[in-house]
Design a protein around this ligand. Structure first.
Ligand SMILES: Cc1cc2nc3c(=O)[nH]c(=O)nc-3n(C[C@H](O)[C@H](O)[C@H](O)COP(=O)(O)OP(=O)(O)OC[C@H]3O[C@@H](n4cnc5c(N)ncnc54)[C@H](O)[C@@H]3O)c2cc1C
Length: 312
């Protein structure tokens, strides 16, 4: 494909060693599903992201930002465009930036941030130990759990606008207008670093909270290949409760199944395809609507699907 050759070759020229072609996205998601992306950039520095921004401005390929892939369902046919994942400079944690403040790169896994801050006696981020995303993904999604969410602990975030020729941007938390699993971050703005508020405690106290979150997760959520909650909770209700009440625990399409342990988690068993999961999402949505009139909205993000996302 001529257009792909052009932007891929340009990226390879600008970023030797950081660009790969035809990489299976399955390897970058917790579902372990999904076909190849045409071009994958493993960006290790701000300079690399600025270069990606310039290429995007010139050639206009579709862009996918990937964190830990823990909220993504990638289609079996993959993604025609460029995917960007962060590494290198974006993997650092600074525990001593100022009293009551820590900074973490966009690529830092949330459980790592939770454990490192807890070990340091910096309290407030323990809830992140149960959320297998990245700092960047948490800012985008306003990730939360155990009564806390990113909006409450974020002070500011830095990003690069891949749709704005690689322009650097900085947001105070209030600028991001956080809502339930939502932020006002621009679609092609990639979070490179975030600053969080923490409060002093003993490492023992923080680590006990971390252990309690881990215990709760093990007790209430399934392991295996999934992407956490498939649907958003409707106001004052829980999608898991609604799906369970509709009798859909254990419902199966191909090798995708509604978890018997938590009805809003859909497991991909060995041999599953992304299409199996997609059709299970569609079927659950249809059956819940028929039974209750409630139109569940996906929290899971769909990548590379031609049909309307999770449509009934
Ligand atoms: C077992 C399990 C439990 C979970 N529990 C919870 C929970 O309790 N609470 C909760 O909120 N979520 C939960 N999730 C979902 C998921 O972990 C969160 O949505 C998380 O914030 C996604 O982060 P990620 O890095 O994996 O993002 P991805 O899945 O890679 O991407 C999700 C979205 O964020 C964007 N994105 C990723 N990185 C960046 C970046 N650096 N800059 C800008 N945009 C970016 C992507 O483009 C995409 O739009 C769970 C998932 C699993 C598998």
């Amino acid at each position: 494909m001529a257009a792909t050759q052009t932007f891929a070759a340009e990226l390879e020229r600008l970023l030797p060693g950081e660009v790969e072609r035809d990489v299976p996205l399955a390897s970058l998601t917790t579902y372990h599903l999904g076909g190849p992306v045409e071009v994958l950039v493993r960006a290790r520095s701000l300079d690399a992201l600025e270069a990606v921004g310039r290429v995007v401005a010139e050639h206009g390929p579709p862009v996918l930002i990937v964190g830990r892939g823990s909220n993504l369902l990638v289609a079996d046919q993959g993604f025609a465009g460029v995917a960007v994942v962060l590494g290198g400079d974006f993997e650092d944690i600074d525990l001593a930036v100022a009293p009551g403040r820590v900074r973490a790169g966009g690529a830092v896994p949330l459980p790592v941030l939770a454990r490192r801050t807890a070990h340091d006696g910096s309290s407030g981020l323990e809830f992140y130990v149960g959320i297998p995303g990245s700092v960047g993904g948490a800012v985008r999604m306003n990730a939360g759990g155990h009564g806390r969410e990113t909006a409450e602990v974020l002070v500011r975030a830095w990003a690069v606008d891949l749709g704005g020729a690689g322009r650097a941007v900085e947001y105070e938390a209030a600028d991001l207008r956080f809502g339930y699993r939502h932020s006002a971050l621009g679609a092609l703005e990639i979070v490179t670093r975030a600053e969080f508020a923490v409060s002093p405690a003993t490492a023992d106290q923080c680590e006990a909270t971390v252990a309690e979150v881990v215990r709760w997760r093990r007790e209430h959520q399934p392991g295996g290949a999934n992407a956490g909650s498939v649907f958003r909770n409707p106001p004052d209700d829980s999608a898991g409760r609604i799906i369970d009440a509709a009798g859909l625990k254990g419902l199966r399409v191909g090798a995708a199944v509604v978890s018997p342990k938590h009805a809003n988690f859909f497991q991909a068993e060995p041999g599953a395809t992304a299409d199996d999961v997609f059709r299970l999402v569609t079927e659950v949505r249809r059956r819940v609507h028929d039974a209750t009139g409630i139109d569940l909205q996906p929290e899971l993000k769909f990548v590379g699907f031609e049909q309307e996302k999770g449509s009934r």
